[in-house]
Write a protein that binds this ligand. Sequence first.
Ligand SMILES: NC(=O)C1=CN([C@@H]2O[C@H](COP(=O)(O)OP(=O)(O)OC[C@H]3O[C@@H](n4cnc5c(N)ncnc54)[C@H](O)[C@@H]3O)[C@@H](O)[C@H]2O)C=CC1
Ligand SMILES: O=c1[nH]c(=O)c2[nH+]cn([C@@H]3O[C@H](COP(=O)(O)O)[C@@H](O)[C@H]3O)c2[nH]1
Ligand SMILES: [K+]
Length: 499
Amino acid sequence: MAHYYMEPSRTFSEFLLVPNLTTKECNPSNVTLKTPIVKFKKGEKPAYSLNIPFSSAVMQAVSDERMAVALARSGGISFIFGSQSVESQAAMVRKAKSYKAGFVVSRSNLMPTHTLRDVLDLKERTGHSTVAITSDGSANGKLLGIVTGRDYRISRDSLTKKVSDFMTPFEKLVYGKSGITLSEANDLIWDHKLNCLPVVDADNNLDYLVFRKDYDEHKENPSELLDANKSYVVGAGINTKDYEERVPALVAAGVDVLVIDSSDGYSEWQKDTIEYVKSNFDVKIGAGNVVDREGFLYLVEAGADFIKVGIGGGSICITREQKGIGRGQASALIEVAAARDEYYGHTGIYVPICSDGGIVHDYHITLALAMGADFVMMGRYFARFDESPTRKLKVGNNFVKEFWGEGSNRARNWERYDTGGKAGLMFEEGVDSYVPYAGSLQENLGKTIHKIKSTMCNCGSLTIAELQKNARITLVSATSIIEGGAHDVILKENSITGE
Ligand SMILES: NC(=O)C1=CN([C@@H]2O[C@H](COP(=O)(O)OP(=O)(O)OC[C@H]3O[C@@H](n4cnc5c(N)ncnc54)[C@H](O)[C@@H]3O)[C@@H](O)[C@H]2O)C=CC1
Ligand SMILES: O=c1[nH]c(=O)c2[nH+]cn([C@@H]3O[C@H](COP(=O)(O)O)[C@@H](O)[C@H]3O)c2[nH]1
Ligand SMILES: [K+]
């Protein structure tokens, strides 16, 4: 006879947190959201922790190198999407890893033979007013000069004037040498009243530009997630098919943490993949997704460094409708967290878990943490920001960003999805959609983090571990959900005022 779960499976919106005593020192500025991301032994420290419990989903519409840099700068991690060629994914990882906080690879470059018109066209396209002039017009060519808005006068100069005639030539530039620290660069910027300091190697090839405003930004990001070489920590998604080509390339590109990206992780494919990675590389690897104790233990015993939880709860997911597999996200998380605690109790090894998909309100994140998640993974949330890879469009009077599932036809033009190689798609497991545009990552994340910290104080918890231990969580009835919204009042129409 089949096994029946007698309790219905539940999700975040069916629960609320009941406050605990808030002591006077329990205020948001004392709360830390630092959290482990890979397994560790009792009494030891994990090799990687996050400064905020956020990861961005392994999705084409969410996690590329730009998102990786932006999220690491705020203290979280992106897993760069794997539904692309090995070469292009490795190139994204390499770019994110080589991004040095405050040091930018020049994106506006010309040659001395270009003209003022070329400078103006480039400025129009990129919005950058500083142009590096290199021998071959590339970002790393020999640096011959710099052009800024102060080097020409549009009203007087001819558009055909050669860059070589008005650039500030290399001999007159103040520059730094490779290896210079950000604070040394900043000293030069201040001493010489510069807006931009080029950094060159021993042969005067351009390495980076350091801008005054980026240094200030760097100082404003105390949570940024850096490795021992002061590069951002970067993750990447892999699959259970081409890992023998993909993993070596990602490791060579400097990836810190891998995750096997699948709707259903309870499989021998994942065990083989983990074993391959563990026996050939010294790189961390998470696995999933699972929704129960058995799936969790299977992947932990295969050697996974963290486990991802969630089937069918994502905003663009239609797996439950298409295949009839899945489980309410809260029920899945509660069971897996209990298995994790039990495993820790008898082995002394703590295996972090990630709640993936289905976060709609900020309080869902706090609930997920209280239910035992060490961090969350979100797709829709991050897709809304400037930093996501997709187009921003105007629909009616509103701005939206594109957002599509990894199981949608749009994403699955990618060969790996078809088990049989070239055969066409049998059915879609995700939709192609829009999400409301929300602005910058940093600003939105700041608000979300503030809410989480404030709720943690209501629950008398200064750390995620304390929240997991002390939280009191109640189920809500359908009628008490109505009570939780605005009710029995006439909402004001904003057009009618008495003044
Ligand atoms: N979290 C969720 O609820 C869901 C997520 N997704 C996303 O969609 C994407 C695709 O997910 P999946 O279809 O689960 O991809 P998948 O690659 O894990 O599985 C696709 C199919 O290939 C089979 N397979 C895996 N490795 C194999 C191997 N080495 N040789 C032969 N067959 C093998 C699997 O058993 C499955 O039938 C992922 O990005 C995933 O995150 C899709 C649906 C639901
Ligand atoms: O059923 C699915 N079909 C898809 O096409 C698909 N693409 C992504 N995912 C999963 O959804 C998670 C993101 O969920 P949210 O947008 O709710 O944060 C992601 O992190 C994935 O786990 C999919 N699930
Ligand atoms: K399975």
